[in-house]
Design a protein. Structure first.
Length: 360
């Protein structure tokens, strides 16, 4: 720990959620270096995530006003004495959690289970406060293990794509990898939010020959097709399953990507997968989400996935974002300044936006 560290008297602006549909931009203390492995990052861009809406809608209770936001890119301003891989001025991508990068779980490729794992906006394992991403600056614990630096500052046009690597593109990729998508695969993507659309990108990138996007929204359908979807199915439930199966000889696709997190979306994914196929699931589970074990048993449909280890996926995906081979930043269809963060949440909640990018 930093023995002589004191809390900064300066302030910054950050988003605080007080209750259902009550998000405010407030003055809060500037972050300070509190441990030798810390970095202070000035946020260049952040965003609102679909999972943020669970608290915004009151599905997840809010015990007290708290910081919110877990996706950001920015510039390193200061580093602690124990930081060796970063220096002030580096442009960095932050995954949606922090990790040390050296524990057994990190070495096994599951950095979301890091023994020092923590979430933005919640105290770290040492009980020290960590800022939410929807603000002007963030204290990053275990900065060497958490942050991914770029070799040079990116152009402004690349910012949305780089920001997508914090969560949605890495998560869509995790769904495709967990499902075993490869050259010649047939894939159905359940969910047309930012993660589902990035799942389409991921399936195409991994060589899928046919990709079905399940979507009832014309703007999202268009984007899915531009990302590589070969078919669109608007129906849900039994009608949706029947439509998907009809596309694949009556048996279903080789793989399904479940990108929603409800009981209904999981059933849709499993029933749309052919016997012996695999579902990759990354939707944050909502209340009531469950697996139909008997159906899985008799159909030999497998399920694999979970919370995406984004820090582990960024290195693979970053070159394709920098080269323009993939353009996941296009899921950001609305951009707002940070002082309009309440409007950003409303736009996401009312499905007037796929994903909102925030500029401090």
């Amino acid at each position: 720990m930093l023995g002589a560290c004191t809390t900064s008297v300066d302030s910054m602006r950050a988003t605080v959620i007080h209750g259902p549909r009550d998000v405010r931009l407030e003055e809060v203390p500037d972050p300070a270096l509190r441990a030798d492995g810390d970095a202070i990052v000035r946020v260049v861009a952040a965003c609102v995530c679909g999972s943020d809406l669970w608290r915004y809608r009151g599905v997840v209770p809010i015990a007290r006003p708290s910081r919110i936001g877990h996706e950001f890119v920015g510039v390193v301003e200061r580093v602690g004495t124990g930081v060796s891989a970063l220096r002030p001025g580096d442009f960095v991508i932050a995954p949606f959690y922090h990790c040390d990068g050296v524990c057994a779980n990190c070495r096994n490729g599951v950095s979301t289970s890091c023994l020092r794992h923590g979430w933005w906006g919640a105290p770290d394992v040492d009980g020290l406060p960590v800022d939410g991403a929807q603000g002007e600056r963030v204290r990053v614990p275990d900065a060497d293990g958490t942050l991914v630096p770029l070799s040079e500052p990116p152009s402004d046009a690349l910012i949305p794509g780089l920001l997508s690597l914090s969560d949605v593109m890495a998560t869509g990729h995790h769904a495709a990898v967990s499902a075993g998508v490869g050259p010649g695969s047939t894939v159905v993507v359940v969910g047309d939010g930012a993660v589902g659309l990035c799942g389409v990108i991921a399936a195409k990138r991994l060589g899928a020959s046919r990709i079905v996007a399940m979507s009832r929204h014309e703007d999202r359908q268009r984007l899915a097709v531009e990302f590589g979807a070969t078919d669109v199915v608007e129906q849900r439930g039994g009608e949706g399953v029947a439509a998907v199966r009809e596309l694949f000889g009556g048996i279903g696709a080789d793989h399904a990507l479940e990108c929603v997190g409800t009981k209904e979306s999981m059933e849709q994914a499993i029933q749309s997968t052919r016997p012996g196929g695999m579902v990759g699931y990354v939707g944050m589970p909502a209340a009531g989400a469950e697996l139909p074990i008997q159906r899985m048993f008799y159909s030999n449909v497998g399920v694999n996935g979970g919370v995406a280890p984004a820090r582990d996926h960024i290195a693979e995906l970053l070159p394709d974002v920098l080269s323009g081979a993939i353009q996941p930043g296009r899921v950001f269809d609305v951009e707002l300044p940070l002082d309009r963060v309440s409007e950003a949440y409303a736009a996401m909640d009312e499905r007037r936006a796929i994903k909102v990018l925030l500029r401090p």
